[in-house]
Design a protein around this ligand. Structure first.
Ligand SMILES: [Zn+2]
Length: 282
């Protein structure tokens, strides 16, 4: 056997392995993208009052350092696979720690974070919030919307107290025992830094990852390990906001006690119910 033949023979398994690895990764990426498209269309469906025109954005993790996010200027209701851009988590979040960063640096960072040569479109400025949340490996899908009843509460004087409480067992089962609340600040870099600080404080205090983030005078984020759970959290948030509006109109909500909330959150049968709800098909 010549040395050339020998080297071709010895590198073949590596070549085959690389081919298989790339093929598996491509299959996984297209599966993730397909689920992201379905989730986005669900959240943007005109029959649900969650987002109109170019409102809202969605994302899905590809691997430890990359994710798909909605391109700026696309519409959730009609989005296709082409409406998403692959973006680097590390490149986007880098700008959050730069004390000198302003609007120009944010735009340049977002442009440079797109992992597709020759791509002319930009990810939305809210991509910074998706990137900082996707640093937590437990999150795989994220939906950000501006639902009507939820924003009715978030734009009201009772916003903070209304979003802090829990009213019934399913409220806790689907949305968690507590939500992160972020007071209104300038959208973009300042908001992303504030979201990061509030999520870190929540994890520190509560010892668990939040399922949703309420943004005063703006909208809301649902985070989960599956696309289905993101839809469920968004549906339940909007339903509970409608109930809250009714409760405030009828003299004020009767909140569940801290002990009742903890009981639901730790009951084994409720954990089973959380799992069952998360796997039910639409
Ligand atoms: Zn928004």
């Amino acid at each position: 056997m010549s040395s050339l033949q020998r080297s071709a023979y010895s590198t073949q398994p590596v070549f085959v392995y690389n081919q298989l690895f790339h093929h598996a990764k491509e299959c996984y990426m297209s599966e993730v993208l397909q689920q992201l498209v379905e989730m986005s269309r669900y959240l943007g469906d005109p029959n649900r009052p969650y987002a109109i025109l170019g409102e809202g954005n969605t994302s899905a993790r590809i691997d430890d350092d990359s994710f798909y996010v909605k391109a700026s200027g696309t519409t959730l209701a009609t989005i296709t696979e082409d409406g998403f851009l692959p973006v680097s988590i590390r490149k986007v979040t880098g700008v959050l720690d730069d004390p000198m960063a302003g609007d120009a640096e944010v735009s340049a960072t977002l442009r440079a974070s797109v992992l597709r040569a020759g791509e002319a479109r930009m990810p939305s400025v809210e991509t910074m919030m998706h990137a900082l949340l996707l640093q937590y490996p437990e999150y795989r899908f994220i939906g950000h919307t501006h639902p009507v009843a939820t924003n009715g509460i978030l734009c009201s004087r009772v916003s903070r107290e209304a979003m802090a409480g829990r009213l019934c067992p399913d409220h806790i089962v689907v949305m968690g025992h507590k939500s992160v609340y972020v007071s209104y600040v300038d959208p973009g870099l300042v908001l992303a830094r504030e979201v990061r600080a509030q999520v870190r404080a929540f994890i520190e205090q509560e010892g668990v990852l939040p399922k949703c983030i309420m943004l005063e005078n703006h909208g809301f984020f649902a985070m989960a390990d599956t696309a289905k759970k993101v839809c469920n959290i968004t549906d339940m948030t909007e339903k509970m906001s409608q109930i809250l509006i009714g409760a405030y109109a009828a003299g004020g909500p009767t909140w569940l006690s801290e002990a009742d909330i903890r009981r639901i959150d730790t009951r084994p049968d409720e954990h089973y119910r959380q799992k069952a709800i998360a796997t039910v098909k639409h």
